[in-house]
Design a protein around this ligand. Structure first.
Ligand code: COA
Length: 344
């Protein structure tokens, strides 16, 4: 039996959502373009995954470039020019060394502040907001820029028809600031956990200390390998459970939840989660058709797009929930605040 651990911010000082932004690289790759070089079809990708196109960064763009754009937009949305720390969730850092967050902080003119990367696969952004909320709760930081950014195209085998249709590039970010627990926009208790027994379900075999790049014969071992069916089953189970736990920790009944912002992995995963939770599918906004699975960028991209298209409105009860490589999972809650303007 696996139990999720919870963190409960003190009522006195909690993390409040102040700014929200996102960035997608301009080039889109349609299913038709993919099908011209892969043994797949537009119809298969749409019906099995729910994706029509994904954004792919050009070869000279790195994750830090996407992250800096999204971070800038979140800070403009928050109307702040300074934050006390930067946490960057990514599985595709610019380099193994150094971390990408200090570079992003530098690009944003945020000199000398603590900045670090956090790796938790597609759950990375909700993990990062949980860590940032802890920093704010403890008084270590008054405000934190939390970014989820990925250049998944750098680690996806273009010849693998199982992963190439799924993943896309992009970035999203929030500014969190100190608030009172009873204010709209304040993050509720997080439910989160991991299970390393399934570490090889989504992994890049080579390029780390287990199998350094210089020892690799087969270049394919430097790409993402995925056991699609296994991931699918666990994703539905864990997203469902961690969503229930986060809602319960906030003192909400599921029928009172207005929106579930679920990691955009596969439209069928989201549909299965909605069905199992007994939540109408229209309460789960989606942008997967146009962005694909952007891993740690998925949640802040969906928050931004949902805020802009009116799916998220002031006063709504929102659960944010994710699952990814590790396995990892994480969820939290918030009452959507008044006057938040996402920038994309
Ligand atoms: N185009 C056409 N056919 C494809 C295909 C593609 N892109 N990918 C796989 N197939 C084929 C398989 O070869 C198989 O053929 P067969 O029956 O002749 O052997 C058939 O489709 C079914 O394969 P299967 O792997 O069972 O498909 P699926 O319905 O499980 O869908 C995934 C595959 C990858 C889309 C699905 O498992 C999935 O989305 N998993 C979760 C992935 C995910 O979310 N990852 C990130 C988590 S954060």
């Amino acid at each position: 039996m696996i139990f999720a651990r919870r963190t409960t911010p003190s009522p006195a000082r909690a993390a409040r959502l102040l700014g929200l932004g996102a960035y997608l690289p301009p080039r889109t790759v349609s299913n038709a373009e993919l099908s011209s070089r892969l043994d797949t079809t537009d119809e298969w990708i749409r019906t099995r995954i729910g994706i029509a196109e994904r954004h792919i960064a050009d070869p000279v763009t790195a994750t830090s470039d996407l992250a800096a754009e999204a971070g800038l937009r979140a800070m403009k949305s928050a109307r702040v020019e300074h934050v006390d720390a930067v946490v960057l969730a990514t599985a595709t850092p610019d380099h193994h060394v150094p971390g990408t967050a200090p570079l992003v902080a530098h690009r944003l003119g945020l000199r000398q502040i603590p900045a670090f990367d956090l790796g938790a696969g597609c759950s990375g952004f909700v993990y990062a907001t949980t860590v940032a909320a802890g920093l704010i709760h403890a008084g270590t930081a008054g405000s934190v820029l939390v970014i989820g950014a990925e250049k998944m195209s750098a680690v996806i085998d273009p010849a693998d028809r199982q992963t190439a249709p799924i993943f896309g590039d992009g970035a999203g970010a929030v500014v969190l600031t100190a608030g009172r627990a009873d204010e709209p926009g304040v993050l509720g208790p997080a439910a989160w956990g991991s299970d390393g027994e399934h570490a090889d379900a989504i992994h890049i075999p080579a390029g780390g200390s287990r199998c350094p790049s210089r020892t690799v014969d087969d270049a394919k071992n430097q790409y993402v390998h995925m056991k699609g069916n296994e991931v699918f089953r666990h994703a539905v189970r864990h997203i469902t459970r961690v969503t229930q736990e986060a809602a319960a920790a906030a003192g909400w009944r599921l029928q009172d939840v207005d929106r579930v912002i679920v990691h955009q992995a596969n439209a069928r995963i989201s549909a299965a989660v909605a069905h199992t939770l007994g939540i109408p599918p229209e309460c789960l906004p989606s942008n997967i058709a146009h962005v694909g699975n952007t891993s740690a960028a998925s949640i802040p991209l969906l928050l931004s797009h949902s805020a802009i298209d009116g799916q998220l409105k002031a006063g709504q009860r929102v659960v944010v929930t994710s699952f990814g490589a590790g396995f990892t999972w994480a969820a939290t809650t918030l009452l959507w605040p008044t006057g938040l303007q996402a920038l994309v």
